[in-house]
Design a protein around this ligand. Structure first.
Ligand SMILES: *Cc1c(COP(=O)(O)O)cnc(C)c1O
Length: 433
């Protein structure tokens, strides 16, 4: 499979090149040249297949012959070594729990898949790359964990000093081996700017790639969730709708890809916090990116969602076609906290703030379509947003094993204050693997 740049000013590239480049030279996102629906018989009998088999069917056309089938199956098996349960909340809503991976956020799947693909492409140690990533919290941990010990891949993570939670900081800074954490004097945007400068800097003597959802190997595996959820509910004979708490819109865009592959999804709801660039676009037809605002669902504090352009491509830049299949609603922190309380009081379920935003999107849609089954994605375990959860609900969240493990380990991070210090680090530090 080849990929083209959505800016249409760069050559088309292979799966491998698209992963290693991250972004095309013209700064456009990569997009597959074709999308071929899966056999109807396969979709109709989804519950006859294992998660690994489903994932393999969904992704194989996007990999093509660049990874042998047996190796791809192994990569998928390794990536998906945990559960993806759908938990009923009430008569019309259920939640798809995506937090059973090692760092308890849905980004584990994409990070693990990408790491294993890069590991395969580097199997002869001839294509060393450095994954350079800025994080506001969750991405860093998932990437660090996903890439730990992968041969020929070094990972350098920039995070804003004092701006991530203790748990998130430990998840980034305690792993060692090929993972280095750089603690930046500044905010997330400073980290992001440094990473962007490094990608544009011809003096950096390493092959750099990104590991956020602009990278096709992070983005495409997220299609799997929608198949796994559908498999668990389609025998209920209801129209299935997904409500996805959205920030960079990678997850929901992957859901629309699953629909293009033939999954009978009635509608998508992109639920956001007050960073409402997309909801506004659907209302007034003007796409107006804004600086991001801080909220309690901070993994979605994005003012200019990078994957929205892929969604527009999937609907051929036709806003009316988009509106038929896709809605988007924004919710304040107060409304989100109230939703967490409602969910807890009515069903005993503890939702994290991101999941609660998804729940609100589901309820909004159900007002007009009361007979659908609306599944909202629970993108992180409540323990990852402990302060918000415990100050909103009368609960004490038990610390799961995989979190306890990192809390006891010592933090190791290098403090940097400027882009020059990052550059010096990248050009002098001896590659460990
Ligand atoms: C990253 C993240 C999101 C947003 O996902 P996008 O694909 O960027 O829209 C939502 N919730 C949590 C917990 C996240 O970490």
């Amino acid at each position: 499979m080849n990929y083209y740049s959505l800016h249409k000013k760069s050559p088309n590239v292979s799966f491998q090149e698209a992963i290693v480049n991250g972004l095309a030279p013209d700064r456009g996102l990569y997009f597959p040249e074709s999308i071929t629906p899966l056999a109807k018989e396969f979709i109709d009998n989804l519950d006859q297949y294992s998660n690994e088999e489903i994932a393999f069917e969904a992704i194989k056309q996007f990999v093509g012959d660049e990874i042998p089938e047996a190796v791809l199956q192994e990569i998928i098996k390794d990536t998906l070594s945990f559960d993806f349960p759908v938990v009923p909340i009430d008569e019309n809503t259920a939640t798809l729990e995506l937090f059973h991976g090692p760092t308890m956020a849905f980004k584990d799947v994409g990070a693990r898949f990408m790491a294993r693909c890069l590991g395969y492409f580097n199997r002869n140690n001839s294509n060393k790359v450095t994954v350079l990533v800025a994080t506001s919290g969750d991405t860093g941990g998932a990437v660090a964990h996903g890439f730990l010990g992968v041969k020929g891949v070094d990972v350098v993570i920039l995070y804003p000093s004092g701006k991530v939670s203790d748990i998130q900081e430990k998840q980034l800074t305690t792993l060692g081996q090929n993972i280095t954490a750089l603690e930046v004097a500044g905010v997330f945007d400073d980290c992001q700017d440094m990473v962007k400068s490094a990608f544009l800097d011809a003096d950096i003597q390493r092959t750099l790639t990104s590991a956020n959802s602009i990278n096709i190997a992070r983005w495409l595996p997220q299609m799997f969730y929608f198949f796994f959820a559908y498999k668990q509910v389609y025998k209920q004979q209801k129209e299935v709708v997904f409500s996805v708490p959205s920030g960079n819109f990678g997850n929901i865009c992957a859901g629309i890809m699953a629909q293009k592959l033939g999954l009978p999804i009635q509608h998508f709801v992109a639920a956001t916090n007050i960073n409402d660039t997309v909801p506004n676009y659907l209302i007034n037809g003007v796409y107006e990116p804004k600086p991001s605002k801080a909220t309690i669902s901070n993994a979605m504090d994005v003012g200019n969602p990078s994957n929205f352009i892929r969604i527009q491509e999937l609907f051929h830049q036709d806003i009316n076609a988009l509106k038929q299949a896709f809605s988007s609603y924004a919710f304040t922190d107060d409304i989100t906290r109230n939703a967490m309380k409602t969910i807890y009081e009515q069903s005993g379920y503890i939702a994290d703030p991101h999941g609660a935003v998804g729940y609100l999107g589901a309820k909004e849609y159900l007002q007009q379509h009361p007979n659908s089954l609306c599944i909202f994605l629970e993108t992180a375990h409540p323990v990852k947003f402990l302060d918000v959860v415990e100050s909103t609900l009368p609960v004490k969240v038990a610390i799961p094993e995989q979190i306890k493990e990192v809390l006891d380990k010592p933090k190791e991070a290098t403090f940097i204050r400027s882009y020059d210090e990052l550059k010096a680090f990248l050009n002098t530090e001896i590659v460990t693997l």
